[in-house]
Structures are given as structure tokens and as C-alpha cells.
Design a binder for this molecule. Sequence first.
Ligand code: NAG
Ligand code: NAG
Ligand code: NAG
Ligand code: NAG
Ligand code: NAG
Length: 784
Amino acid sequence: MAGFTPIFVLLALLATCVSSSSKSNVPRLRLSYKDLLSTNRSSIFSGHHGQLSLSTVYLDEYRDRLFLGGKDVMYSLLLGPGRSESKEIYWPPLPGNREDCIQRGKEPQTECANFVRLLQPYNRTHLLACGTGAFHPMCSFIYVGHRGEHVFTMDPKNVENGRGRVPHDPSLPFASTFSGGELFTGLTADFLGRDSVIFRSMGGRSTMRTETDHKILHDPKFVAAHLIPDSDDRDDDKVYFFFTEKATEAGDREEAIHTRVGRMCANDVGGQRVLVNKWSTFIKARLVCSVPGPHGIDTHFNQLEDIFLLRGKDVRNPDIYAIFSTISNVFQGFAVCVYRMADIREAFNGPFAHKEGPDYQWGAYEGRVPYPRPGVCPSKITNQPGREFASTKDFPDYVLQFARSHPLMWRPVQPALRRPVLAKANVPYKLKQIVVDRVEAEDGQYDVMFISTDIGTVLKVIALHGGNSLETEEVTLEELQVFKVPTSITSMEISVKRQSLYVGSPAGVAQVKLHRCETYGKACAECCLARDPYCAWDGSSCARYVSNSKRRFRRQDIRHGNPVLQCLDQNFSEDLEEMEDRVVYGAENNSTFLECVPRSPQASVIWLVQRDDRKEEVKMDDRVISTEQGLLFRRLLNQDAGIYICRSREHGFSQTLARLSLEVLQGDTLDELTARDNTGLSDLLKDRSTGSYRNWMPCSTYNRLSPIGQSRMWFKDIMQTIGPSNLPHVEEYCERMWCNEKLRRKHKSMVEKYRQAQESARKARSKSSSERNRTPRDLSARQE
Ligand SMILES: *[C@@H]1O[C@H](CO)[C@@H](O)[C@H](O)[C@H]1NC(C)=O
Ligand SMILES: *[C@@H]1O[C@H](CO)[C@@H](O)[C@H](O)[C@H]1NC(C)=O
Ligand SMILES: *[C@@H]1O[C@H](CO)[C@@H](O)[C@H](O)[C@H]1NC(C)=O
Ligand SMILES: *[C@@H]1O[C@H](CO)[C@@H](O)[C@H](O)[C@H]1NC(C)=O
Ligand SMILES: CC(=O)N[C@H]1CO[C@H](CO)[C@@H](O)[C@@H]1O
């Protein structure tokens, strides 16, 4: 039964996609690596020596600096406008450790180096840095100076043992957060990577850890750790860990993996007789992210990939965004679920999960729960006269016994709206990291999600909720190809202050601007269709929307993207009637191509042909094919001549993209043409107004599309569809006539020489005529 579930979901997901819009999963705009660099949307830092092998990033918005940890190296980058200063610290393993690592059978390149994996602010002048130190974890303090100065130094002698703060193995996951001078870390803390544990270290208090017990942690993979206050009382502060682990409660399904949120009190100091120096307040609950399927069978996304805390004014109640995956033989799916702190707290305040004995089912614990209830912090509330629990050391033994035997809550945490805000099935990439920006727009707030993939791209997505229904509409605004080659994005930070993303991959770190409204186009309609909460039409251009600005004019329609309503009084981009016809020639019985590519892949294109005064839609068949790049005539007939109008349609809005006047050249003209000398091109093919030669065959895209190789490939594809027998011919023809730059230059220079010759002949003639003292009249008569 379980095996069927994914198929149900796949169908359900597909059904939702299809019902909203057939192209809704396609990004509105795709920007290539080159596009991003050429418009200054993105810039890349890859270290001073090429390969950075980036392993951690810490964004310091207060100091306006970005700190990077890589293989045997750390960097500090200044982020201010127009500043690109970087400083480096070389930090290899301690002497002997590299050799020891290799001797113990580890890989010299990928394991026996110091991979810096932790960079946390320590105090006003120093960062804490920890690295794997060639399987000998080590930590040190980095002097970064005060705000405004750019210093970055480390005392190489002042290095501490980093065991319990970062894993030995650079490939093993871990999560940590630094708070109140103490470091909370979830990791595997031994050489073999088997001792899974949550540690607290540094600071004045004794080191704390979890008990080694599968009930507490069962092969966990830690994803994130955050301190989230529960009330104004600092003693009530709790540290939350987000991780996946083997689900003991799933019973015989040994391989079942569940995602958890686990928490402990920051001020936990363990018990007096039981749980000495072990967490006494640790409890955990399941995080559910599932899609309801037909017949009440939900499909669960169980594997947690990343967590982002969207913090608002209320520090106690951030929204928690999570990426999940599910990977099976039948399908690979991803989902983003959002959790509210209130729901997480409710699960922790609910019943504990309980199993009476090996032959019993799991259920809710229905007996009396001891006081102080496990999971409650020693704080003002527990420290009342008569019931004085000022520290976990004061908790009675039976409380601690109950806590260690009931770490799991019975009720899982459901996402807001009880379903994902975004789901993707069988896409050719994996979702890796997420950051979210809450953006103020004309009609309310939108959470803009930036989601990175394992192929070097970042998707910018919003999820729209329908008025009264639970359905969400997912709108992918942009797909940014941040890295040139496909590479897995391993870290992503957002700076609202700088309006930038910092995107890390093994290849380096890219600074990418959150928005560039001009990219959407120069017309109100295009700006409106973009549906980007960052952008609005201000009366003359598509520009950053600022909610409190006094500008009267702002047009934006994120919910519906309806330019007809928004832009009625605004001029549409290039108006149909004003658009000049472009002349395109084709040879009878041969193939020809009318190019027309809409700016957005979400738009669909229709072709109209105008003959005399009648406009009608072009009929597609085996001979006339509509392709993504334009209209292809596989064999051109005389009656195909006419004016072709390419119109795009998007979100109920249509726009004319091109008007092309197709002329069909008959056999005789062609023979004449191809038979001509090297200049090749008869006057017939000259643009009548400018006298220059036009690129009207598919080769025209050679200059327009980038990279060039790609369009050449595409051109070949088109030619393949025409049939292999004609391929060499058509290509040769096209190359010869229109794509051969040398030929064109040669022709141009010949024309130039011809002109010069004529000019000198004219001069020679006029000179001789004046010498002979001819009358103007004679001259003119002669010229006739
Ligand atoms: C990109 O930045 C460079 C240098 O700051 C500047 O010269 C160039 O004009 C910018 N290009 C665009 C498209 O803004
Ligand atoms: C910060 O910590 C470092 C390392 O312990 C110490 O040397 C330095 O004095 C501290 N700085 C401040 C301002 O407390
Ligand atoms: C629309 O275009 C016309 C002619 O090009 C121009 O006169 C008019 O000012 C434009 N209107 C707006 C609102 O831009
Ligand atoms: C095109 O094909 C038709 C029918 O096959 C033929 O009659 C005509 O002469 C051909 N024209 C040229 C220029 O080859
Ligand atoms: C101008 C041109 O290339 N014409 C070609 C059209 O197609 C026929 C048959 O495929 C060729 O013989 C012509 O040379």
C-alpha cells in the first residue's frame, strides 16, 4: 500500500498544476549567468587562489561584512557599496594532524584538511571559528575589530580543542547556535561519526550533553539550531533543534525517517542524582509536512533539508519555513511547509507519547504527569514559595525519570494551513536552501521565498492564498542561474539592509540583488505581469516599490497580474499599429523561419496572418509548425506570402511582439542569386530603406541569443526537423548567405571599393571637364 502513495500524490500534484495554469510551474523570467553579471545583478567571489571549497558563511549586518570559511582558509569581505576589499587568514591543521589523518585511511584532499565549519559572533571584537582540523576538530578566536575597521587576524598559537563543537568528518551534518557565551551544537562528536549528541559547551556552566539512548536521538541528521525566547523571562529561553531521525514509534518500518523539532531550556544544568550533566528538559515532536491525497491517504515529505526563521517584531514568534524532500523509486518530490510557534508550543504542551511495553501500541500518555512538567524551565513560574525549583538540580528524581522515558510528544506539529505552501514533483533538480523576505506591497504583505537548488540556481517564488479556499497558487517570479556550471548551493544568507542574497557553493560565494525591476521591461503591462512585490509601475518605469513613498503613481497587481485593469491609461509597450513591419524573404519550396520569442516563458504565442485587410490565425500542420522560437515553414509556398503578426498571451493579456512581412522568392530569382559572384547578394535582398543586408534566416538568432553555441545547437535542432536529407543544404545556404561574417565584410569592402572607384571616376571626369572648360550644360548632357 505504502508503495502506491507517491503515485497518488504525483497525480494530485499534477492535477493542481494543470488546473491553475498549464505554465504555472515555469518561471516568469529566466536569467542566465551572463544576464546576471552583465546587469550587475550578481558578482562572485571565489577566493584569492581560485578554488574556495566554501564550507560556511556568516553574514554580519552590523559590521557590514561577510565571513567565509573554506578549506584551510577564512575570508572577510567588506559589503558596503563600491567596496570589494577582502582579507584572508590561512588556517591549516595543526602540525602532524594531517599526516595522522592520512595514516588513519582518510582522503588527503577531501578529508585531511581544516574545513572551517563554524563562524559565530563571540564578543564585540572576536568571532569564534572552528574547523575539522584533519579529523582533529579545533577552534580559535578571530579578531575582527570594531564596526568601521577592517581587521581580520588570528593568533595561531591560541587554538583550542574543538571536539563537540564541530564534527571530525567534513561531510557530516551538524547544527549550532551561540547564545549567552554558550555554544549549543547537535552533531556526531567522535572520530567514527557514531556518537550523536547535543552538546552545550563554553561559558561558565558545566558542559551538558544528551544521554546515549535511541529514544532520545536515533541517528539524527541536524539541520538547524536556534534560540527562541518563550516569554520576557530570560530563564524561560529555549534552544530549538531541527533534525531528522529514525522514527522509533513507526514500529516495524525500520527505515522510517521523521523530522523533529526538539528543544531544551538554555539554563538546564542537569539533575542532582539522575541525569548528571545531561539534559533534563529535552523534549521533541514530529514536524509533519504532507499533501492530502485521494481516499484520505496523505503523502509525507519526511526528509528535512533546510530551515529558515522569518523573524518579525515579535521575537518569540518567528515563522518557521522548512524545505522537505521525499525520494523514492517512483518519484522525487519537494515541499515547503511553514510552522507557527504557537502550534509547536501546543504540541509540547500536549500529551506525551507512551508505549506500555514491547507488545503495546504507541499512544498518548494518560497517567498523571509529574510537576514540574518535563520541558518546563526552572524560572519565575516554577520558583514559587512552597514549590521552589530554581534550577533543574532541584527537580525531583521522578520528574527526571519521567523526562528520560518520555522525550517524544504524542501530537505532531502541523504546518500552517495544514499543507505545503509549495510542492514540486519530479523536477530535474533538488531544493537545497531557503531564505524568506517579508515584503510590503500595495495590497498587503508577501513572503518572497528564495530557494536554491543543486544545479546552481535560485528560484524566487511567492505563494498566493485564495480568498476563502485553502489552495495556494505558486508563482515563480524568476529563476536565476547564479553559478556558471551546475553546482550544489550549500549556504544562503539574506541581507534585507543590503537587499542582497549571499549564495554559497563549493565554487564561491555570489552576491545577488533581490530584485532588478528594470529587467521586467519598459512598459506598465510588463511590470504588472511580473507580479513581483518588490516592483511597481511608477508612471514611467518599472521600479522598486516603496510603500511609504509619496509618489502618487503606483501600479501593481500581485494577486491577479492583470495589466488591463492596471495599465489601461498607460501606453502598452510597442503598439501594434505603430510597429514597423520587418521584411523577411524565403525561397519557394525551401524552409524558412519567422522568429518570435516572448520575454516570459509563461506566455503563449499565437500567429496571425494578414492578407488584404483580413487577419486570421495561421493554420498549423505538418508544413507549418509553431516552435518555441518562432514559426517554421518546412516548405514555403507562394501563397504563404503575407504579413505575419506574432502575439503573446499571458494572464489574459495579449501583446504584439512582431510584425513580419514574408516575401517568397521564386525559382528564377533564386538561381540568379545563388549563382552570383562572391558579393552574392542581389539588390533584391537589400533592405530598401537603409541599403544594408538583413539577417532574415534563422541565423539572425546567432547574434541575439547567448551563448552563441546554444543557438547554433537550436538552429541545428530545427534543421533536424526538416529532415536529414536537406540538412547540409539548408545549413550551407544559411551559413553562406547570412551568417558568414567574413563574406559580409568582404562584400562590404567591395561595395566600398566600388564606391571609391566611382567617386574617383567622377572627380576625374569633373577635373577633365573643367580643364577643357566645358559648359555645365554640356556636362549634364554627357552624363545622360
Ligand atoms: C555595472 O557596474 C559597472 C561598474 O560599477 C558600471 O560601469 C556599469 O555601467 C554597470 N552596468 C549596468 C548595466 O548597470
Ligand atoms: C573577546 O574574546 C577574546 C577571546 O576570549 C578576548 O581576548 C577579548 O578580550 C574579548 N573582547 C572583549 C571586548 O570582551
Ligand atoms: C503615450 O504615447 C503617446 C504617443 O507616443 C504620448 O503622447 C503620451 O504622452 C503617452 N502617454 C503616457 C501616459 O505615457
Ligand atoms: C516548387 O515545387 C512545385 C511542385 O513540386 C514545382 O512545380 C515548382 O516548380 C517548384 N519551384 C521551385 C522554385 O523549385
Ligand atoms: C536557394 C536554395 O538553397 N534553394 C534550394 C531549395 O531546395 C532545393 C531542394 O532541396 C535545392 O535544390 C535548392 O538549391
